[in-house]
Each structure stands twice: as C-alpha cells, then as structure tokens.
Design a protein around this ligand. Sequence first.
Ligand SMILES: [Zn+2]
Ligand SMILES: [Zn+2]
Ligand SMILES: [Zn+2]
Length: 147
Amino acid sequence: MGLAASANAIRDELRSRGQRWTPQRRLVLEVLDETKGHVTGSEIVELCRERDPDTTPSTVYRTLDVLEELGYVRHSHSATGREEFHVLSEEQHAHLQCTSCGRTLEIGMSEAATIAAPIRKRYGFEPDMGHMTIVGRCAECSARLSG
Ligand SMILES: [Zn+2]
Ligand SMILES: [Zn+2]
Ligand SMILES: [Zn+2]
C-alpha cells in the first residue's frame, strides 16, 4: 500500500496529536508516494514546488519529520552527511558508498545484521545500520586502481 493510500490514517494521527493537516502536507505525501529509492529533502522540496510554487522548505522538512515519527518514512545519511529519505513500504537496507566513483550500493538488512553482530557482541551496542552509509571503494574501482 502506498503512502497516498494512507493519507486518511496519517491525517487522523496528526489530528490526534494536535497537528494540522494542510494541502501542503498532503502534497509532500503525494510526492513521496511517487518517488522510488532515495530522495533528498531538497529534491522533495523541488518536486513539491513544481506543483505548488508556494511550498516552503520548512513545511516540507517538518512534514518529513512528522512522517518519520509516525513510521512512514526513514532517513539515512550519505557519505557527506546529506539526509536521504526512504518510504518505508520499500525493503529496508543499508548503504555502501564508493568514494572513488560515488556510486551507492545497497545491502539487505540480513547482510547488515551480519556486520552488526560482532559490534553488538563485543560492545553491547546496537548499530542502526539503515541510518548510515559505509564509505569505501567498490569492486570495480579497486580493480581499476590496482590494475
Ligand atoms: Zn537506501
Ligand atoms: Zn540521521
Ligand atoms: Zn567505485
């Protein structure tokens, strides 16, 4: 089920928290619903502005915060710390980013859990693998740079 289909539930949840449901918030929802994969906050602002030039970045970011609190979206950070948003109907994953070519690869949460396991065991610390990006060099760049 897409985000737009959850619009009524989201509206009710916001109202029960004393927050307003506005056309701008609905627009953010529609834009998110149509995105695939990763989308940055500024990309969402741009997409909203294409439909409603009056959209302000603060409205978009506040709406993203609220949707994340309610569990409909999640953010992660690219290697530069930039926030990227995912709609949570997508499969959860962790990110690998190559600093040489800039490509981002995704790994499934079961693979990410394998990486997290020794940290959990050694430090009792639960890494939030979907929240961060592991930076390094991809296989192709390694081959190119060593060849
Ligand atoms: Zn991702
Ligand atoms: Zn964060
Ligand atoms: Zn690379």
